[in-house]
Design a protein around this ligand. Structure first.
Ligand SMILES: Cc1cc2nc3c(=O)[nH]c(=O)nc-3n(C[C@H](O)[C@H](O)[C@H](O)COP(=O)(O)OP(=O)(O)OC[C@H]3O[C@@H](n4cnc5c(N)ncnc54)[C@H](O)[C@@H]3O)c2cc1C
Length: 491
């Protein structure tokens, strides 16, 4: 039985371990922190429960696929339910758009801003459905090689769906109202990339939120990790927590195992690295065995970081939604500020969720748990943050623009994570929370490969691999990497 070590117990690492163990490998997950899940994590304090990072669950089918692959029925473990309102987006001039799960209601909502918006929405979703299904079959579940990208079918899709034109250009084929355009492109703020430059492939993101839905998991998103961990233990996967890997041991170009911080060498035939590849290459792999050098990662583009604030509030807010976004300026201006402001005195766009609206187990009766996420440049571009002024600006917007009156005075618990905390806790390169940017020259075959070219038995999985950042893409990365290992070990 081949022995596999997975370095890092993020969602990508856990999913890879589960897939390989179910195929007869003897798998061990080694995680530096005292909990599994990586960025998909939880914070529980003072009677409040927060999701530490990810809070929007989309594309539940991909989670289902993992459970089925290991012979489990997801529904008997996890209670995902679609939110009737995916989110509400607020603009500085007082306007807001509610993104209903019901297409008729959403169409009517958009009609307030643009004539024939219902029909246009229908056309946008139908075109993106076709785009999404083709990409899913041909690209998103497969290893990204240059040959694959020269596949005539894919070239046809690229031309047919205008994948190489810009994201904004694609949205403008359907809508002309600036607020609707912002509604369909604000997702870019979180990656810190410019929709005028991003390829049109990513309009499948708003398609996913609107057509496939935004889900919540009763008991908190961290239930995913708790459930997968229980299944992993039952399947015989070994899990070492509080154990940091400091070196990947390689002899004559072949994996021999890993070295931990406490000096223990653990042998294995295969190592799968779930730590992000930029940090892992630099910290764990000897220079002559690195596929990608330090200078490659120095030149590469990394997404933004975030300041996240976890708030316990002794009040409920009947007019709030579970997920809310505030666009301080236009999306384009917000991204420009993010990319070019070296100080923290700008007026940031931000995201806030209050899960206790849907799930009373997040806070005591009469109280609310809120999570605020402010995208900021990563540590490469911004080293210090004036947290108190940022907080003041954002809290004022919450009271005045989101109209959650009494918000500030009801705060009884506050915990903050800065980009430096995100970097330290999960070894994130430049503290970039969404990993390598999703620009054209870092997509598909231009993203780091899941199998080392120099070391036999060394593989990578996670948000920096193809197809990209986010929970569903990371699960797809786990599928691609484990399929590759299965294929290679059968030869
Ligand atoms: C604030 C925030 C909000 C987000 N919101 C969403 C959202 O709403 N929806 C969504 O789909 N996605 C969201 N994402 C993105 C999503 O969380 C990530 O893409 C995904 O969780 C990454 O998983 P991963 O397995 O690739 O990496 P990670 O989660 O980073 O896992 C890597 C693991 O490796 C461990 N590790 C690192 N180095 C070592 C070492 N040397 N030894 C041992 N262990 C090590 C780390 O501690 C970590 O546990 C969000 C991310 C953040 C930060």
């Amino acid at each position: 039985m081949k022995k596999v070590i997975v370095v890092g117990g993020g969602l990508g690492g856990i999913a890879t371990a589960l897939r390989l163990q179910s195929q007869g490998f003897n798998t061990t997950i080694i995680e530096k922190n005292n909990t599994l899940g990586g960025r998909l994590n939880t914070l529980q304090e003072n009677g409040y429960r927060f999701d530490l990072g990810p809070s929007l669950i989309e594309w539940v089918e991909v989670f289902n696929e993992l459970f089925s692959y290991v012979g489990k029925d997801m529904q008997s473990f996890l209670d995902f339910h679609r939110l009737p309102i995916a989110y509400k987006i607020y603009f500085k001039d007082g306007d807001s758009i509610t993104v209903y799960a019901d297409m008729q209601k959403l169409g009517k909502e958009l009609e307030k801003y643009e004539k024939d918006a219902s029909k246009k929405l229908e056309a946008f979703l139908e075109e993106n459905r076709k785009k999404f299904e083709m990409l899913m079959n041909l690209v998103l579940t497969k290893e990204a090689t240059l040959q694959m990208f020269l596949n005539p079918k894919l070239l046809f899709i690229a031309v047919r769906f205008g994948l190489l034109c810009s994201y904004t250009h694609d949205i403008k084929k359907y809508f002309s109202n600036p607020k609707i355009i912002d509604l369909l492109s604000f997702q870019n703020i979180y990656f810190g990339t410019d929709p005028d430059k991003d390829p049109a492939i990513y309009t499948i993101l708003p398609y996913g939120e609107i057509a496939l839905g935004v889900y919540y998991l009763q008991g908190g998103i961290y239930r995913i990790v708790e459930t997968l961990e229980t299944i992993a233990i039952k399947m015989g996967i070994s899990i070492l927590k509080n154990t940091e890997v400091t070196k990947i041991n390689i002899k004559n170009g072949i994996i021999t195992g890993i070295l931990t911080k406490s000096g223990e060498n653990i042998k294995s035939d295969i190592v799968v690295v779930n730590e992000n590849i930029a940090s892992a290459s630099h910290d764990l792999i000897e220079e002559n065995y690195q596929d990608y050098s330090d200078s490659y990662f120095k030149k590469a583009s990394f997404s933004s970081s975030v300041i996240t604030i976890y708030l316990g509030l002794k009040k409920t807010f009947p007019n709030a939604q579970h997920h809310m976004f505030f666009v301080a300026k236009t999306v384009k201006e917000s991204i420009h500020d993010m990319q070019h402001k070296q100080t923290s005195t700008w007026d940031p766009s931000f995201y806030i969720n209050i899960p206790s609206i849907t799930d009373p187990t997040c806070a005591q009766k009469g109280h609310s748990a809120a999570f605020v996420l402010i995208p900021v440049p990563n540590i490469q571009y911004m080293k210090e943050w004036d947290i108190s002024s940022l907080k003041k600006i954002v809290y004022d917007h919450i009271e005045n623009d989101l109209k959650l009156s009494g918000f500030i005075n009801s705060i009884e618990f506050e915990s903050i994570m800065t980009p430096r905390d995100w970097k330290r806790k999960f070894n994130l390169y430049h503290g970039s929370t969404f990993g390598m940017s999703l620009q054209l020259n870092q997509l598909g075959p231009f993203r780091p490969a899941c199998k080392s070219k120099k070391v036999d038995g060394l593989y990578f999985v996670g948000a920096d691999m193809h197809p990209g950042s986010g929970l569903p893409p990371v699960l797809l990365s786990a599928r691609i990497t484990s399929d590759k290992i299965l294929h290679e070990t059968k030869r």
